[in-house]
Ligand binder design. Structure first.
Ligand SMILES: [Cu+2]
Length: 93
């Protein structure tokens, strides 16, 4: 599901602005719809984030975002909600 709270997401930029990329983070503590809402609510509004989708069954968070958005910023937003992101050492940006 795409992030839909508030204004609809802007269409992907074809020219100008940083290119889009996507990052999938493993968050083992995700276990229910509350977790999904908390994380989507925290990551979705971040500057440069186009869409965020929490997969409760897979315990993962997929984020479509500008390349200007660092994975560190995504991890921080998730950790601020109280969820550990243990695999971040493997991340490359
Ligand atoms: Cu939960």
């Amino acid at each position: 599901m795409r992030w839909t709270r508030g204004a609809p997401p802007a269409p992907p930029r074809r020219n100008g602005g940083p290119p889009m990329t996507s990052t999938t983070l493993s968050v083992p503590e995700i276990h229910c719809g509350h977790c999904k809402q908390a994380i989507e609510g925290a990551v979705g509004p971040l500057e440069g984030v186009q869409a965020v989708e929490v997969d409760v069954d897979a315990r993962s968070v997929r984020v479509d975002h500008d390349e200007a958005v660092t994975v560190r910023a995504l991890v921080d937003a998730i950790e601020d909600q109280g969820y550990d992101v243990p695999d971040q050492d493997a991340l490359t940006n």
